[in-house]
Design a protein around this ligand. Structure first.
Ligand code: NI
Length: 252
């Protein structure tokens, strides 16, 4: 399995990264992508990717932190993106659920970072919450696009719109939550060659770990749920999603 969306750079993990990694490997996680979203975390993720052969980094500005962008950081991003272990721009996008950053600032930063990704031909990791129309319209300006809409929370029609732009879809632990029946109905309709696995740890622990801090080892519960929804074996689901991640992010 490949956990394509972790935040091992969060303070939650700082004192026990090696234990967390060991548990992930014991659970069958072969590779992980540490996804940044603001300047200090982007730096830590690149350091982690350079330290561990099975960790890769994504660097970007999360919409909730759009205010933390600066010309200096953009210069660092542009200089760092070509590095081999930096495999994506992310997470980037729009979040109209929270208004931590002005919506216009979010749109401006989103467009800039999409253009950075295009320049180096690397995929994007998209965060989109309560902002489907604006997210889709901006992404369309840059289509066709390689990337993933992560922690997917919309309907099937909206998933199909993103798929038509060339994007992949991934789901967080919510697909294991009792109340998220509609999201499960969307998940099982995503073409298997467009599906990725992610935990988004330390957030959104899947059942049976719900309520506890999430970590990459728990991606197995999400994989099991996907396999169950599709009525395929765990091995088939694992093989397909691993191939998808390797192909999309150019992992070794
Ligand atoms: Ni995230």
């Amino acid at each position: 399995m490949i956990d394509t969306h972790t935040h091992l750079e969060f303070p939650d993990f700082i004192d026990e990264v090696d234990d967390v990694i060991q548990r992930a490997q014991d659970a069958g996680v072969e590779k992980m992508i540490c996804v940044g979203g603001e300047p200090p975390r982007n730096l830590i993720d690149v350091e982690m990717a350079n330290k561990y052969p099975f960790i890769y980094a994504a660097i970007g500005i999360h919409p909730n932190y759009a205010n933390s962008n600066s010309p200096e950081h953009e210069e660092w991003i542009v200089n760092t993106l070509p590095e081999r272990k930096v495999v994506a721009v992310g997470e980037i996008g729009l979040d109209f659920f929270y208004n931590y950053s002005l919506f216009d600032t979010q749109r401006e930063v989103f467009r800039k970072y999409l253009s950075f990704a295009k320049e180096v031909d690397k995929p994007v990791i998209i965060h989109s919450r309560d902002s489907f129309t604006d997210t889709y319209d901006i992404l369309k300006e840059f289509a066709p696009l390689n990337g993933v809409v992560h922690c997917f929370s919309y309907s099937l029609a909206e998933a199909e719109a993103f798929l038509s732009l060339g994007l992949h879809i991934s789901f967080c632990g919510q697909i294991t939550f009792k109340k998220c029946e509609e999201l499960r109905d969307v998940a099982k309709e995503i073409p298997l060659d467009k599906l990725l696995l992610e935990t988004d740890c330390p957030f959104l622990s899947p059942v049976p770990k719900r309520g506890k801090r999430n970590e990459p080892a728990n991606v197995k519960y999400i994989a099991e749920k996907h396999a169950e929804l599709r009525d395929i074996s765990f091995e088939e689901l694992d093989r397909a999603t691993t191939e998808n991640a390797v192909r999309l992010f150019g992992l070794e």
